[in-house]
Design a protein around this ligand. Structure first.
Ligand SMILES: NC(=O)c1ccc[n+]([C@@H]2O[C@H](COP(=O)([O-])OP(=O)(O)OC[C@H]3O[C@@H](n4cnc5c(N)ncnc54)[C@H](OP(=O)(O)O)[C@@H]3O)[C@@H](O)[C@H]2O)c1
Length: 444
């Protein structure tokens, strides 16, 4: 096989750091980008990633796959190690079938076929990638032995076959999204990958710090109501039912392990919602930081646009939608739009925004799974109006006495009038308990 030809060599500064970049053209016509960080030196025991291009995932943050978070994680790991190489195979789009065929296969996946069957139906290979040129480029650069950042044992075999020793596989596990959970499952069950999202969180015994876990089961059987998203209420309370102290302080009621799970739930959802009270009191970022994964769309309910313009929730780290009423100032709406915030004017109700109308608007924006992270008023509205499907509550071993109640008046005067969860699970996460369950409105 003829050797890929080097056609460019430059320094590429990236969000993760400065890489030495060599560009190659293979005889197949494929283009390869070799990113090297630090010195290859003797070429031994190098952290290596073979990344197949995924325009939709890498560049646009598509949630159909886990490629974007994987690429980010690989770059971070290589930079953190101080030495490593990443080959970006531009011709390996869609496991080698190309961009157009990949998108056509997505159309079949929307009809219910998994990624393997969709390719079969289109007469495409299930995996058409040929790693020989990519490995050749690594070898020519001096890489002799590697620790491979991948969940895919086929990549390790290809390296070995072409003369780069593999010391071990370093799993590249990221927090799954509800929209790529099935894809990840297919990769594991039908393509032999290691669990792309990590081990399922079954009894709450989280793996050690920094290790991946799949928390998506906590979201339950995600339904698809037609007029609103599937809604999960998620909050952390003390043993005596408070979500904040008397001063409004709520940082942090639960421990690190529980908060990592919270971030994984954000990463799994289309959007995360809070009321103006929380946006003002806590100034939360509402992004995914404690696990590798994509940040959801942030949603704020704010009838009069009282949340300050410099609030973190309006920052550039993720997209934001604000649901407001006719009462808010048109000038303020314009200022927010200029900051890249999507402003939606919806009907009002006694509690603020008419929640049913607000949720319908979110559904029309394509939001199918919504994580409501409080505070108390929003949680209470959602329960009172029967606009929630599930509750995930962390209970911390802490007593605060007077403070903000997690849930306000729901009109229950007898215990039997209370909302009892069904399909419950209980998990212990460090010092905290997490109770999850569905709300069964039909049973009352
Ligand atoms: N421990 C936890 O997990 C956790 C989580 C979140 C918050 N918190 C704590 O909760 C406290 C804030 O509680 P909160 O009740 O003030 O905050 P919130 O529920 O986040 O916000 C309430 C505000 O949202 C606006 N809103 C608009 N439409 C609404 C609707 N349909 N239903 C309810 N509210 C609507 C209203 O303001 P407008 O009328 O101005 O629109 C309302 O005053 C803070 O101390 C925070 O630290 C704790």
């Amino acid at each position: 096989m003829a050797q890929p030809k080097q056609v460019a060599h430059l320094i590429l500064p990236t969000w993760a750091g400065e890489f030495d970049l060599r560009v190659f053209e293979g005889t197949s016509g494929d283009v390869y980008l070799l990113f090297v960080y630090g010195e290859i030196g003797d070429g031994q025991d190098l952290l290596v990633r073979l990344h197949s291009a995924c325009l939709t995932g890498d560049a646009f943050g598509s949630l159909r796959c886990d490629c974007g978070p994987q690429l980010h994680l690989a770059m971070r790991q290589i930079v953190a190690e101080g030495r490593g190489a990443l080959v970006y195979a531009a011709g390996h789009e869609g496991r080698g079938v190309g961009l157009v065929a990949k998108l056509q296969a997505y159309m079949l996946q929307d009809e219910g076929h998994d990624t393997v069957d969709a390719n079969r139906r289109l007469g495409l290979p299930i995996d058409g990638r040929d790693y020989r040129e990519a490995v050749h480029i690594l070898r020519a650069a001096g890489v002799r032995s590697s620790r491979v950042l991948t969940n895919n044992p086929a990549k390790a075999s290809a390296l070995e076959r072409e003369g780069v020793r593999v010391e071990r596989l370093v799993p590249l596990q990221t927090a799954l999204h509800l929209r790529n959970r099935r894809y990840a499952q297919t990769k594991q069950e039908r393509l032999g990958h290691r669990a792309p999202g990590g081990a399922p969180l079954i009894d709450g015994s989280l793996a050690g710090d920094g290790q991946a876990f799949d928390a998506t089961a906590l979201l339950g059987e995600v339904g698809s109501p037609v007029d609103r998203p599937y809604v999960v209420l998620k909050y952390a309370q003390t043993l005596d039912g408070r979500i904040a102290a008397r001063s409004g302080d709520s940082k942090w009621i639960s421990g690190t392990q529980e908060r990592r799970v919270s971030h994984a739930l954000r990463a799994a959802s289309d959007a995360v919602l809070v009321g103006a009270g929380t946006a003002v009191a806590d100034d939360p970022l509402l992004t995914v930081r404690m696990v590798p994964g994509a940040s959801p769309i942030r949603v704020v309910l704010d009838s009069t646009l009282r949340v300050p313009l410099d609030a973190q929730v309006f920052g550039p780290d993720a997209a934001t939608v604000i649901l407001t009423s006719e009462r808010s100032s048109p000038d303020r709406r314009t200022e927010l739009r200029l900051r890249g915030v999507k402003v939606e004017v919806v009907r009002e109700a006694p509690d603020g925004i008419d929640l049913a109308a607000g949720l319908a608007r979110l559904r029309s924006l394509g939001i199918r799974c919504l994580l409501v992270e409080g505070g108390s008023r929003v949680i209470t509205s959602a329960l009172r109006e029967q606009l929630a499907d599930r509750v995930v509550v962390a209970v911390a071993p802490l007593l605060l006495g007077k403070g903000t109640d997690a849930v306000g008046d729901l009109g229950a005067s007898l215990v039997r009038d209370g909302l009892r969860l069904v399909n419950r699970t209980v998990h212990q996460l460090g010092p905290d308990l997490v109770v999850a369950g569905d709300l069964d409105w039909a049973r009352g």
